[in-house]
Design a protein around this ligand. Structure first.
Ligand code: AHR
Length: 494
């Protein structure tokens, strides 16, 4: 029995925000120091940016970049990363080990964002930092008046404001093992109000991202803070310790469930905030609360003590198929998720991997790039009936072979089907039908494949991922299309 994909083209469901395809960087291992920024490397430019990495990041083309953490924000003080480089501190990175030399600070981050065309997204320290320090950072970045921190930025060579619009109020504040004292939502609410007030008084136009966690935390935080919460953040890392087969892909369904539950909770809060006390002297949020999936990815948490080294994961093709499935989830849930940043970008849990001599593209780089480049800007509703993957004993598992999302691209007037065939060895035929239209022609089929689930990329190897662009691909008379084993296919219809 062939699988079925039904796409409804009678209605564009919701706009898909480009920020769905963002990236995240942190002072963690060799992500920033030794990855993005390495002034001592012959591969770097005069500003210390690794040029081979920069070129690969430009290929990835993230529209949004989150910095400086992650958990490390709990010890990060932005003033340590501005001003003359020779005076910057060498700070012990007590969260992740090693040293933060602060050679890459706020202005270097903004320069990097400008080079790659990404919108900056900063996260403030609510643990060892103060509301005033956070507001000073906002003033340093966005101030236009004749004030101390705006002038400090100017004295550092940046006459024009950086206009940073997105600010995170802490990171994973509910995480008990982390340092900090805001694990109780009541404590977080108390502190976050103060941070929000200070920061909004420095710039009324900024948007705030509040850290989410379990449903009870989310509700407790939103009940009090929903007037200033533009985005509630979610983090999701897929992990597989047992090398499980089909089960591994159930992470996509788990992620979708978490988003759907959060979406339900967010619907309890009004789209517009009424009766916001005008004596706050800044406006409340102006629209519905949205989800920022501001850390997502694959973290194969090992048992070793060197978890930073463990995070220098080499990803195989099965991981890339899961990344594509998670991107499908985000596209399907794009009515609620309007911002997402993949964790992370270089070396740590990352699509780009370096050593002192060069760098290579991990398998997971390819779906991240593909979806960013070719997905449409509207969500279409789409239903899939698929055969199931088989489990280790050859029996059908609960995980479908095919995972699909459908989008519409206004500019190109294209219906784009993103189809992941997760089966390691068998092609999957699906009959595609379109409610409200005959089956349109396939203008282009872009196919990513790889020799096996286990295939990895590495130094000195050719890229093992094959990208084939077909302009002569067709549906058969019944609308059928055969998706190769372990493939990611974008079918662009016009
Ligand atoms: O991305 C690695 C870490 O994962 C981040 O620092 C933290 O926010 C999360 O737990």
């Amino acid at each position: 029995m062939p699988s079925r994909i039904r796409v409804d083209v009678t209605k564009k469901q919701n706009a898909i925000h480009p920020f769905l395809y963002g990236q995240f960087i942190e002072f963690l291992g060799r992500c920033i120091n030794g990855g993005i920024h390495d002034p001592d490397s012959p591969l770097s430019d005069a500003d210390g940016f690794r040029l081979d990495v920069l070129e690969k990041v430009k290929g990835l083309n993230p529209p949004l970049l989150r910095f400086p953490g992650g958990t490390v924000v709990k010890i990060y003080h932005w003033m340590d990363g501005v001003g003359p480089k020779e005076e910057r501190k060498r700070q012990a990175n007590r969260i992740w080990g090693g040293v933060i030399d602060h050679a890459f600070g706020t202005n270097e981050f903004i320069q990097y964002c400008r080079k790659i065309g990404a919108e900056p997204f900063l996260v403030v320290n609510m643990t060892t930092g103060t509301p005033e320090e956070a507001a000073d950072w906002v003033e340093y970045c966005n101030g236009t008046g004749d004030t101390y921190y705006a002038n400090l930025r100017r004295s550092h060579g940046f006459e024009e404001p950086h206009n940073v619009k997105y600010w995170g109020l802490g990171n994973e504040e509910a995480a008990v093992p982390d340092i900090g004292y805001l694990h109780d939502p009541k404590e977080y609410v108390k502190a976050a109000w103060e941070f929000a007030k200070h920061m909004k008084l420095a710039d009324r136009s900024i948007k705030l991202v509040l850290p989410g966690d379990k449903p009870e935390w989310n509700k407790a935080v939103l009940d009090e803070l929903h007037p200033v919460c533009d985005y509630l953040s979610l983090h999701y890392y897929a992990s597989s310790l047992n090398g499980d087969g089909a089960e591994y892909f159930s992470h996509a369904a788990k992620l979708e469930k978490r988003i759907a539950e959060t979406r339900e909770l967010l619907a309890e809060y009004p789209a517009r905030v009424e009766n916001f006390d005008r004596w706050y002297r800044f406006p409340p949020r102006q629209r519905e609360i949205r989800i920022a999936l501001d850390e997502w990815g694959i973290w194969q948490i090992g048992n070793s003590d060197d978890y930073v080294r463990d995070m220098e994961t080499v990803y195989n093709w099965r991981d890339a198929l899961l990344v594509a499935s998670m991107l499908n989830v985000m596209q399907r849930q794009s009515g609620a998720v309007t911002m997402a940043t993949f964790a992370q970008m270089v070396n740590i849990l990352a699509p780009i991997f370096t050593n002192e001599q060069g760098s290579f593209l991990q398998t997971i780089y390819h779906p991240l790039k593909l979806y960013r480049e070719h997905s449409g800007n509207w969500k279409l509703s789409c239903e899939t009936d698929s055969a199931m993957l088989t489990d280790g004993e050859g029996k059908p598992s609960a995980v479908p072979c095919l995972d699909v999302s459908a989008t519409y691209h206004d500019g190109r007037e294209e219906i784009v089907l993103a189809v992941v065939n997760r089966d390691p060895s068998r092609p999957a035929k699906a009959v595609v039908s379109f409610t409200g239209a005959d089956v349109p022609e396939i203008a282009e089929a872009i196919e990513l494949t790889c020799p096996s689930w286990e295939t990895v990329n590495g130094f000195g190897l050719d890229d093992q991922v094959t990208c084939t662009v077909k302009t002569d691909a067709r549906h058969d008379a019944d609308g059928g299309y055969v998706f190769p084993p372990r493939s990611i296919t974008l079918l662009k219809h016009r």
